[in-house]
Design a protein around this ligand. Structure first.
Ligand SMILES: [Zn+2]
Length: 149
């Protein structure tokens, strides 16, 4: 599976790529050489709106034309033939990119709203930022958006 790294101008794009399961780092830094270094070391493709960076490192940097998150997301999906598969959705923390782990319902009791605890059976956790995930209304919205692509 192809891996990415985005710079500060493509944060929204990074979140969407994580949502469909692609390992995507986000690095908001003005020191672009750092992004290149990580990309080379970890075999990632750089996604950026920095045209000059793309010209300087054409093998590993892809210049994003889209002006908003969704057009950028569609652009990357087409360019790299990314697959949107149900089994890959919601597998990564959209905030930090860490792979989520299943967590037993009993263990989240004190950390999620009561109505969620009553209604939902399956939960996942990001071990890095301790955020707990469950299939909520926002997932429905995300699926609808993905269907349009
Ligand atoms: Zn996280």
């Amino acid at each position: 599976m192809v891996k990415f790294i985005t710079d500060g101008m493509c944060g929204g794009l990074a979140r969407w790529l994580r949502l469909i399961g692609y390992d995507t780092l986000y690095l908001n830094t003005s020191r672009k050489i750092e992004i290149i270094r990580i990309a080379e070391k970890e075999n990632r493709i750089v996604l950026t709106k920095d045209k000059k960076l793309a010209e300087n490192y054409p093998e590993i940097v892809f210049y994003i034309e889209g002006e908003n998150t969704y057009t950028q997301f569609e652009e990357v999906i087409k360019k790299f033939n990314l697959e949107i598969k149900e089994k890959n959705l919601f597998k990564r923390c959209s905030i930090c990119n860490t792979e989520l782990e299943r967590i037993e319902k009993e263990k989240v009791k004190n950390f999620v709203p009561e109505y969620v605890y009553i209604k939902k059976e399956e939960f996942a956790i990001c071990k890095k930022c301790n955020k707990i995930y469950w299939e909520g209304d926002h997932c429905k919205y995300i699926r609808e958006r993905l269907r349009k692509i």
